[in-house]
Write a protein that binds this ligand. Structure first.
Ligand code: EPZ
Length: 430
């Protein structure tokens, strides 16, 4: 089990290059099995969640080639099963995208349901509602979701709750259904649009992605394509927040600034300076940070996946801030660890009331989930003294080369495997 050894206090300066969006990649990799032609996907991030999904796809009979670190060629013509039975895959939520993809292509899918989740209940009722409306018989059997249909027919589906996963899953199945599907109250996240663009480049007929009404005319088959995944909004936002919390000056390259507006707006409010370029944003924070109020909402609102990172920054801002979690009910688990680093935060229900402190102090920290892990690394970088982040695995699910990119910005961070490495790292960081 690797750990990060961090010596806080260094400001972050320089440039960082952002990779492909993990959550777009998960949807697009799964959707790539829907055609029998080869599909080449570029800008796939080398992160555990994507690698686990690709391994599971190989076990289904999908051929997966990686000509280089960020390119994947997928050939789904030889899929020999619609039943995904992979212990490891149960740990990644996005495994359920294979239901939409396989149901669309082969009219049948069985995929294990992910187990307990550290950020709150992750219901799937809207996925089931969508598949059923398209004519599938959906059951939960032995811990798996099973969907089967003699025929998939387009339908008018009104989602009761804005759900990224349900929108993506229904879009995939409906792309190969007969007739027209309308998804109302659809999610508008950039990765929903990216999946629609990918499917359209394979011959699907999807309109309206990025608005709350998506219209899909089913087609008989999809064909091969070459496609490049969009930049990761949350990876970029994480480095933006790191620059803010550490009073740095960082150029974040390879981004779509429009996708970052919800984050940029909050950083401006708390006193950061932001300059937007065509495909970069520069974030500097020469002055003390100021308090604000944040509520997480579906896109284009402030993303729940940035909630822990902004909470860490606001913990160091002057005055009292309020962060309200509007998507998941249990996404403040990391606050106990932040309090151990000296933060002054009270959580009541889905709301955190934050009284800014002058600084955090280093501690030995455990990480409850991916984004909280990244946020706690930011806290450690801003803290006085040394921090050990006990397990890097959560962070590696969604951040490629996290410590390498941070080191490039001047952070004192080492990844260590053994006690001996940890002692050596402490000497090196001293
Ligand atoms: C996606 O999860 C992302 N995952 C999450 O990113 C992200 O936090 C989340 O969207 C919200 O933006 C991927 O894209 C792989 P939802 P998803 O369905 O699709 C409720 C990260 O850190 N709901 O939009 O599972 C649900 O309980 C991860 O990268 C239902 O009630 O999220 C939640 O409260 C973590 N019924 C809300 O909707 C349903 O059928 C939003 O969930 C589905 C969801």
């Amino acid at each position: 089990m690797d750990r990060y050894a961090i010596r806080g206090g260094a400001s972050l300066f320089g440039e960082v290059q952002i990779g492909g969006a993990k959550n777009a990649a998960l949807a697009i990799l799964a959707a790539a099995v829907m055609t029998n032609d080869p599909v080449r996907i570029e800008n796939v991030p080398d992160v555990t969640d994507c690698n686990v999904l690709l391994k599971a796809m190989e076990r289904l009979g999908v051929s997966v080639e990686r000509p280089d670190r960020h390119s994947v060629i997928i050939d789904g013509s030889k899929i020999d099963s619609c039943i995904v039975d992979d212990e490891y895959l149960k740990r990644i939520r996005a495994s359920y995208y294979l239901v939409g993809a396989l149901l669309g292509k082969n009219r049948r899918a069985e995929v294990p349901l992910p187990g307990g989740c550290n950020i709150g209940v992750r219901a799937i009722d809207q996925h089931i509602k969508g598949f059923s409306a398209l004519g599938a018989k959906v059951r939960i059997v032995h811990g798996a979701i099973s969907a089967e249909a003699a025929e998939l027919r387009g339908a008018h589906i009104f989602l009761d709750k804005v759900s990224v996963g349900a929108t993506i899953n229904i879009m995939m199945a409906a792309a190969l259904a007969s007739g027209k599907t309308i998804i109302e109250n659809a999610a508008k996240e950039p990765h929903v649009v990216d999946l629609a663009n990918f499917l359209n480049s394979c011959g699907a007929n999807i309109k309206g992605a990025g608005t709350d009404v998506i219209r899909i005319k089913g087609v008989e088959r999809l064909h091969g394509t070459e496609y490049c995944i969009i930049p990761d909004q949350i990876e970029a936002g994480t480095y933006m927040m790191a620059s803010a919390a550490c009073h740095g000056d960082v150029m974040i390259r390879g981004v779509i600034p429009k996708h970052l507006e919800c984050i940029t707006a909050k950083l401006c409010e708390i006193g950061c300076h932001i300059t937007e370029y065509d495909d970069a944003v520069r974030v500097s924070a020469p002055d003390p940070l100021m308090s604000t109020q944040v509520k997480t909402l579906p896109y284009p609102g402030f993303p729940t996946d940035m909630q822990p990172q902004i909470t860490v920054a606001l913990g160091l801002a002057q005055g009292t801030s309020i962060v309200t979690e509007g998507i998941f009910e249990n996404r403040f688990k990391y606050v106990d660890e932040l309090i151990r680093m000296g933060a002054s935060i009270k959580v009541e229900g889905n709301m955190a009331v934050i009284s800014g402190v002058k600084s955090y102090s280093g501690a030995s920290i455990t990480v409850p989930d991916l984004r909280a892990g990244a946020a706690l690394v930011i806290a450690a970088l801003a803290a006085e003294g040394d921090t050990v982040i006990e397990d890097t695995r959560f962070i590696e699910r969604g951040y490629e080369d996290f410590e390498i990119k941070l080191k490039g910005l001047g952070a004192n961070i080492e990844r260590v495997s053994t006690e001996r490495d940890l002692r050596k790292a402490r000497l090196k960081l001293a």
